[in-house]
Design a binder for this molecule. Structure first.
Ligand SMILES: Nc1nc2c(c(=O)[nH]1)N[C@H]1C(S)=C(S)[C@@H](COP(=O)(O)OP(=O)(O)OC[C@H]3O[C@@H](n4cnc5c(N)ncnc54)[C@H](O)[C@@H]3O)O[C@H]1N2
Ligand code: MOO
Ligand SMILES: [Mg+2]
Length: 395
């Protein structure tokens, strides 16, 4: 199955079981969460016309070559008096424009005479250097729509409108399960045939950055009854996200358990790394089985599980931006699966890490992005490839 078809199916399933509960959280807690209702402006921004420059506010009609006396000084944070006819006001950036003034001249363009009067030497225009009331938004306007993922910019915008808290979608509860008899947690001694569990910390950290509630379900041995038992225990989560045990080996039991007691919807995608990615349900609970090789885990989480989790929370735009860049490498042999190589941009071209084995997580630590080579494609240097910055998918 092609990657885009698998993604479409996953997103359909996600949209069919949206997280509907919502909660109100402070702006500080809203980082990475998803807005549950439209944010509508309850004030104009700016709330009143204000000066864009340090200078002098005046009524254009008063500047007939005559120098004007300064009748008041207005700083940001002050409420000015109406402007006395035939005078100007000293004004600073961000200060409210006094009633009666219709333009601001920056101080660099005026001559202050010995008696303190101000002469305007340059042509002036009505509205000059004035930021009008409501230029950014007016009361009642929709500023952010429900389903927007909240980052520092959106939260800054909400703060500018005076919001101290926002209604967000409840966190998705995700159980992280590492399967494999060979796995040992860092800090423990390593026995014969064992390796350290790297996927657990990778996924738990990534999910937290995504705004999920992580349930660490630990290490699961390669054993069918244990797999069944473990999946059955995780009945109260929104998603079981496992690694390993999805290929065709005699110790790969996740797919077997799903076939027996649930539903196996997706398996074997035309993606490299990540072919055995598995999606299904166990007694009604959605399960995404990521392949165990760490680079496969990373690629399939970024391109399939992450969009699924965002869509469950009602996010509309879930696909990462892909840039077109010239390849700085040749690809003489076409593959039958779409490849996501760990790479970087150097001198405007995509280059790839020397070892693209799906067991080599170091390739991703070296990389700034995933270089997409379509199935059936060969490349010579300079041909176009896709580039997905890791920063697009890691947050
Ligand atoms: N005969 C075939 N063998 C394999 C196929 C195939 O089509 N036919 N597919 C290969 C591909 S592609 C992949 S990817 C792997 C996926 O295997 P599983 O998802 O079943 O994962 P495991 O076999 O359990 O582990 C694979 C590999 O990753 C290491 N691993 C697992 N979990 C972790 C972890 N938490 N931290 C670090 N490393 C982990 C594990 O030790 C294995 O080396 O199957 C191929 N085989
Ligand atoms: O798909 Mo596997 O992830 O090539 O190694
Ligand atoms: Mg296996």
């Amino acid at each position: 199955m092609a990657v885009e078809v698998a993604l479409e199916r996953l997103l359909e399933r996600a949209a069919a079981s949206p997280i509907v509960q919502r909660e109100r959280v402070s702006l500080a807690q809203a980082q990475g969460r998803v807005l549950a209702e439209d944010l509508v402006a309850t004030l104009d921004l700016p709330p009143w016309p204000n000066s864009a420059m340090d200078g002098y506010a005046l009524r254009l009609a008063d500047s007939r070559g005559e120098a004007l006396a300064v009748s008041q000084r207005i700083f940001a944070g002050q409420a000015p008096e109406p402007l006395a006819a035939g005078t100007c006001a000293r004004i600073f950036t961000g200060a409210p424009i006094p009633v009666g003034a219709d333009c601001v001249e920056m101080q660099e363009n005026v001559v202050v005479e010995d008696d303190g009067r101000v002469r305007f030497t340059q042509p002036l225009a009505i509205g000059q250097n004035i930021r009008p009331q409501g230029q950014e938004t007016t009361v009642g306007e929709q500023v952010l729509c429900a389903g927007t993922r909240l980052g520092p910019i959106e939260l800054g915008l909400a703060a500018s409108l005076g919001c101290a808290s926002l209604a967000v979608v409840r966190k998705v509860r995700v159980a992280v399960l590492s399967t494999g008899d060979e796995l040992v947690e860092p800090g423990q001694p390593l026995g014969a045939g064992q390796i350290y569990n790297s996927n657990r910390v990778l996924l738990c950290g990534w999910l937290q950055r995504l705004g999920c509630e992580v349930v660490d379900a630990g290490i699961l041995p390669d054993d069918l009854p244990a797999t069944r038992h473990c999946l059955a225990q995780l009945s109260d989560v929104d998603l079981i996200l496992s690694t390993g045990g999805v290929s065709v080996g005699e110790a790969d039991f996740l797919g077997v358990a799903l076939r027996e007691e649930g539903e196996l919807t997706l398996w074997k995608l035309a993606i490299k790394p990540g072919k055995p990615l598995t999606f299904g349900h166990f007694r009604g609970v959605p399960v995404i089985g990521l392949p165990g090789n760490p680079a496969s885990t990373l690629v399939t989480f970024a391109l399939l599980a992450r969009p699924y989790l965002l869509r469950r929370q009602g996010v509309h735009s879930v696909a990462p931006l892909t840039f077109k860049v010239p390849a700085g490498f040749a690809w003489p042999k076409a593959g039958s699966r779409r490849e996501y190589l760990r790479g970087r941009i150097e001198n405007g071209r995509a280059i790839i890490y020397r070892n693209q084995s799906s067991g080599v997580l170091r390739s991703a630590a070296w990389a700034d992005g995933l270089v997409e080579v379509l199935e059936g494609r060969t490349l010579v240097e300079g041909d176009e490839v896709g580039f997905i910055p890791l920063s697009e998918v890691l947050g």
